[in-house]
Design a protein around this ligand. Structure first.
Ligand SMILES: CCCCCCCCCCC/C=C/C(=O)SCCNC(=O)CCNC(=O)[C@H](O)C(C)(C)COP(=O)(O)OP(=O)(O)OC[C@H]1O[C@@H](n2cnc3c(N)ncnc32)[C@H](O)[C@@H]1OP(=O)(O)O
Length: 281
């Protein structure tokens, strides 16, 4: 395993990091030698849109962290204003038949790996986090968010429907009434609103502070038996995980059917155009 000191890239307080993977990848993993916590950073400019390749790298990085006995995983972004813009809409708009199957299957795999991870997980949400970005953050056990950003499952605003496992993820955090209402509305929460409803656990004023708060959360498990902790977590999450495991193929077919509807394609096209127009102004 490559061992590189990355002192210039990490906060001063961090003593040393093992840089485990990066070359040509859209994610990096750095393990803090002192705490044993791995930071998984998404790095796909301009907005960390979750395309097939980023999802593949995310899964590989999660597996790497599971395999190297890290004491925890912190998910964050290299972009200073965007955690993740969610699924890359270009994967779903006028899709290639084979690729879109691989894309959705890979998204399922990433969710199963992250939501079902055996290590404690936290998200340092250092930017906007709509839809699939929110799904990733919500799959973690703890969330710390920076001010003046937004987070939420906004699918209905795009004329699309969040599948059952997106809903289960929301329900693992939010009271049922709040989860149902905000999913129906496609509501994006400001950082302060997200804290108020419990979608995030803490607010931090900088990325460094967010990472430190996530590390503090993970450290709360330091004296807990790791097997007891991970089996307990598994029991809490197993019904949600099992449901997708059992229905993976049907879930894929439902997604393909839905996304290929002319009205859905038309809506995605209009939405993409509006994003592009906005970015030109
Ligand atoms: C019965 C049950 C059936 C179930 C069937 C399942 C159905 C399907 C379920 C699918 C679930 C979908 C989940 C998703 O994640 S969809 C994606 C949702 N994401 C969004 O709505 C976010 C859109 N983006 C933004 O709001 C902003 O870009 C953002 C706040 C993230 C950043 O703003 P900023 O001003 O900094 O940047 P720009 O808007 O200028 O964007 C820069 C360029 O990036 C492009 N862009 C942005 N987001 C996306 C995206 N998600 N996909 C692709 N491209 C994106 C944007 O167009 C700009 O591009 P250009 O520079 O080329 O103009």
């Amino acid at each position: 395993m490559m061992r590189t000191k990355l002192l210039s890239l990490v906060p001063r307080a961090t003593v040393a990091c093992r840089h485990m993977s990066s070359a040509t990848k859209l994610t990096t993993v750095e393990v803090n030698d002192k705490t044993g916590i791995a930071t998984l950073t998404m790095n796909r400019p301009p907005v960390n849109g979750l395309n097939l390749e980023l999802l593949r790298d995310l899964q590989q990085s999660i597996e790497e962290i599971e395999g190297n006995k890290s004491c925890g995983l912190i998910l964050t972004s290299s972009n200073p204003t965007i955690f993740s813009a969610g699924l890359d809409i270009l994967e779903m708009y006028k899709p290639d038949k084979e690729r879109i199957r691989a894309f959705w299957t890979q998204l399922q795999d990433v969710w199963l790996a992250l939501y079902g991870s055996s290590v404690p997980t936290a998200a340092a949400i250092n930017g906007h986090s709509p839809a699939g970005g929110c799904l990733l953050a919500a799959s973690c056990e703890y969330r710390v968010m920076l001010p003046k950003f937004t987070i939420g499952l906004n699918e209905t605003q795009l004329g699309i429907v969040a599948p059952q496992w997106f809903m289960s993820t929301y329900l693992s955090i939010l009271p049922r009434r709040e989860a149902e209402r905000s999913l129906n509305q496609g509501r994006m929460f400001t950082t302060e609103e997200a804290l108020r409803v419990g979608l995030v656990d803490e607010i931090a004023s900088s990325k460094e502070e967010a990472l430190a708060k996530c590390a503090d959360f993970i450290a709360t498990f330091a004296k807990v038996n790791p097997l007891a902790r991970s089996l307990t977590k598994q029991q809490f999450r197993s019904a949600d995980l099992q449901q997708l495991e059992n229905e993976r193929v049907q879930d894929l077919e439902k997604f393909l059917f839905f996304i290929n509807q002319p009205a859905v394609q038309k809506g995605l096209g209009i939405y993409l155009e509006s994003l592009k127009k906005k970015s030109k102004n």
